[in-house]
Design a binder for this molecule. Structure first.
Ligand SMILES: [Fe+2]
Length: 495
């Protein structure tokens, strides 16, 4: 109630019409040097920022019900010697090409987008469209566009041309999933301190199979093991520590009937059971991978975990963005007409897990509406001090993400850089400075939609001090619809 009262007294930081414009489809694909720049690109910033997200909010003129159903469009911004080169391209998935060829929507979307023609034209069509729209990562000398319910697509990192579905050198079999939230262990104790990529895949069923993959820097399989969680599970993200993978299994009820009968998308058939606990599965990463534990905590929903680490013997800390209910758009409403005030904000919570006592306690670390957490890569799975997030401009209430927030988890200090009222931010990506010796020695890179010019900017902030303001603001020639996830590669992919 306090939040609601405070919300009523603060001025709204955005105009819904401005926010809505950022979800217009972008049909253009191009490649060009960025020369419309405010400020100066740090000359020592060398490498490539990759971003992925829905580029089209329609299929052949048919509007989508939910942006998560949009075809993936990958952007790359390569930096070298104080200059930057941009390109964007749609992932040419088989379904994307088939729909272009047919000139009409051929697939239903998981989040509720339906083929035209009513329920009878959607009933019993249970095919999944791999839209390759959730994240993009360069690993094992391959650029991979990720979508959690299927195999990744491989792209050329220079041209972003789609090279096809990729089975990761035979690791994946046809039909296998590979989550869009791989974690990179910066120094794996099983591999002489070398980094490795840790990812998971789920296999739905009466019990949910969870397979964990660990890949070396060349993309070869190091370890693979499968575990089973009793009951239904929808797991978008996970967390790692040096010795564990951590999965949150929310108390979701899934009734597939409305999906099968063509009334709803599969994702709309989920319901959070508030009277049941969330179950946290802690899976050992060390062979023989035995001794998986379950710990219960309050009901809730998490899309994204910020980080996790081990604290002393048998203690694990997990920091996550939690929602008290399942964030979803009502069946009768378009996401474009969303009432932000009617939804609960995502907030940063810390879960303290005691493996000996099998207990969990949680505390609110930051009440401001936030999403898309990011930490310095060398702190992944380790104790850490600084966390970066996309956040609302106002300290209370639910709102679009318009600012970037830096949290000092030791002192509680918060630094906020805001793009309000006309700017809307995306996930910040942390890029370490060469020869930096503090955890926050780096830059934050984010795509920011500028509704005033209906275009997007690449904004560069000094992660050591967000109050310095933008070091550089690179104006693109057109807007990029709000994206999901991305990553940084130290390789500058400019031919
Ligand atoms: Fe995600």
């Amino acid at each position: 109630m306090q939040n609601l009262a405070a919300q009523e007294t603060q001025t709204k930081s955005y105009d819904l019409r401005d926010w809505r414009q950022g979800y217009e489809s972008q049909h253009q694909e191009s490649a060009y040097w960025l020369d419309n720049i405010e400020g100066k690109i740090p000359p020592e910033l060398n490498g490539t920022l990759f971003r992925n997200g829905p580029g089209l909010l329609e299929v052949c003129g048919q509007p989508l019900k939910h942006p998560f159903d949009g075809d993936g469009m990958v952007c790359a911004i390569s930096f070298r010697g104080g200059r930057a080169y941009f390109r964007n391209r749609f992932v040419r998935t088989a379904a994307f090409l088939a729909e272009r060829e047919a000139g009409k929507m051929l697939y239903r979307g998981v989040f509720g987008s339906q083929k035209p023609g009513g329920w009878w034209n959607n009933a019993f069509d249970l095919r999944l469209k791999n839209i390759a729209n959730t994240s993009v990562i360069y690993w094992g000398e391959k650029l991979l566009a990720l979508w959690e319910a299927s195999q990744p697509h491989r792209l050329d990192p220079y041209s972003l041309e789609t090279l096809g579905l990729d089975d990761l050198n035979g690791i994946l079999q046809p039909g296998d999933m590979f989550s869009a939230h791989p974690r990179i262990d910066p120094s794996c104790h099983l591999d002489e301190g070398n980094p490795c990529l840790v990812n998971f895949a789920t296999q739905p069923g009466l019990s949910t199979g969870v397979t964990i993959y660990e890949l070396d820097p060349a993309g070869n399989l190091l370890r693979k093991h499968t575990h089973h969680l009793p009951g239904f599970a929808f797991i978008h993200d996970f967390a790692i520590t040096p010795h564990y993978c951590i999965f949150f299994q929310y108390p979701l009820f899934y009734n597939p009937l409305p999906f099968v009968l063509g009334w709803k998308g599969a994702g709309e058939c989920l319901q959070l059971l508030r009277d049941r606990p969330t179950r946290i599965a802690i899976v050992p990463r060390t062979p023989p991978y035995e001794g998986m534990q379950f710990i219960e905590t309050e009901a809730g929903f998490v899309f994204h975990h910020a980080n996790a680490f081990e604290r002393g013997e048998g203690q694990i800390v997990v920091d996550s963005i939690c929602y008290p209910s399942l964030p979803k758009v009502e069946a009768s409403t378009s996401y474009r007409d969303i009432d932000f005030d009617a939804l609960a904000p995502g907030q940063l919570w810390r879960f303290n897990l005691d493996l000996q006592q099998e207990t969990a306690s949680r505390q609110l670390l930051a009440s401001r509406c936030c999403e898309f957490p990011m930490v310095a890569g060398d702190r992944a799975g380790r104790p850490y001090r600084y966390l970066y997030l996309g956040a609302a401009h106002n300290p209370t209430g639910n709102a679009p993400l318009q600012s970037l927030l830096k949290l000092d988890l030791e002192t509680g200090e918060q630094q906020l850089w805001s793009a309000a009222p006309k700017g809307f931010v995306s996930e910040p990506v942390f890029v370490p400075k060469p020869r930096g010796d503090s955890e926050d020695a780096g830059w934050l890179l984010a795509v920011v939609y500028d509704a005033g010019h209906h275009r997007s900017d690449i904004v560069i902030l000094d992660a050591e001090d967000l109050h310095r303001g933008a070091i550089a603001r690179l104006h693109l020639k057109y807007h990029i619809p709000y994206g999901l996830h991305g990553s940084w590669s130290p390789i500058c992919f400019i031919r």
